[in-house]
Design a protein around this ligand. Sequence first.
Ligand SMILES: O=C(O)c1ccccc1NCC(=O)[C@H](O)[C@H](O)COP(=O)(O)O
Length: 211
Amino acid sequence: MIRIKCCGMTRVEDAVRAAELGADAIGLIFTARSRRRVDVDQARAIARALPPMVTTVALFMDEDPAFVDEVIAAVQPALLQFHGAERDDWCAQFGRPYLKAIAMGEGADAVPRLRAYPGAAGLVLDGHGLGEAGGSGRAFDWSLMPRDLGQPLILAGGLHPGNVAEAIRVARPWGVDVSSGIESAPGIKDPGRLAAFIAAARAADGHVQGV
Ligand SMILES: O=C(O)c1ccccc1NCC(=O)[C@H](O)[C@H](O)COP(=O)(O)O
């Protein structure tokens, strides 16, 4: 079954709605490079409001380890996500499962970087360029999604209710990650787009699985 992560949550009500609609994971962004940044208090309020069995993901980009530790202590995220130039051993230092985002904006040239994170619980393949922030709304060539990497691959970048079905059909990802495609403004999730995205992803997954 496809896993759905809704990223860039800044409001308790949006995160709870996403969980009720069937999102598997909620992303909370801590980098100053994001227009969807939350502070520790906001993040803790969102994480505590979520029902059980919905994963809280804390997202960082080239951050000081002390700050990552501070967020872990306060928010208790089940998963970390690193979106910058962090290396695999650096990501592993926190003793928590982590996702590593890979910038796919350079197309096929980006593919070798997918093999540099054997310690990651999964990889987020995102549409932006190397060194750029996520949440760009940019898609990449979904046919570049490898099938034989041996790690869960999460498709991100430019997904929205109108293209997520085709993305799942072409890329066959383990999960999908969406941010701007379900928003009315940065960090503000639109209830209609959120519901439409989750319904479209679930329906497409059913077709791919043949159920
Ligand atoms: O979303 C951000 O503002 C952001 C900023 C800096 C680093 C990462 C960021 N988002 C990471 C995500 O997981 C997004 O969901 C992913 O980039 C997809 O975004 P979108 O293309 O808007 O769906």
